[in-house]
Ligand binder design. Sequence first.
Ligand SMILES: [Mg+2]
Length: 266
Amino acid sequence: MAPQFQGLNSPFDCILFDLDDTLYPAETGISHATKRNIDEFLATKCDISAERASSLRVELFRKYGSSLAGLIKLGYDVHPDEYHSYVHGRLPYDQIASDPHLVQLLSSIPQPKILFTNSDRKHVTKALARLGIQETCFDQIICFETMNPHLFEETKEIISTSSEVVLKPSPKAAEIAVDLAGFNPERMLFLDDSERNMAMGKAVGLKTALVGKRLKTKDSDYALENIHSLTKEVPEIWNMNRKVEKEIEPMRSDLDAIRSPTPVEV
Ligand SMILES: [Mg+2]
């Protein structure tokens, strides 16, 4: 049986956070630089013409979930570490600003928090460090390596026989996250900036919050203009002991009545 988070009257036992364009705004330019680096990788490492690289990246993303997943599926001899060091290794991380308010917001969340990102572990470490978030703020970090341990096996044969890349929005990625979290998916809130990922979350029963949008979509239960709107848009996360508080209230009145000054006979 999935564990229940004690002491809360919240509909959520666990919160899943995407990283990129969710914990920091899309306007930082990291996303744009990532796309540019992928285009360069396709051109220099995979012998794709510079003119074709950009449209191929979009096609691979649509069809396989990511460029790396597509390249491996299509038989290119690309190791994930090589891809990530090229694509993430040269990102302008200094564009991600320290965010003390986010640190405070995260630490105020009583439920277990899980980072659930397609990015590799090195990128996670760098991006969180820039934001000023301790990795220990999260109970678990589910990243590229977590979802794809089979791609890091020593033996080449193993790589060639199980070369499927598991990433959001694949249902398998969501199943891995739910399994590792160990909670009932209907009591888990999943925050992400991608509408495709919202659909993936819904498919496995997660409650979903689309970050970076004002309006909900058919697959999102909530919409947050940015991560800082979380307290306003999803206050039920913090529904601490509401029942208990209600029960305590009359007791307080009783106590106040007892404590109220009684006329003193003079
Ligand atoms: Mg994202």
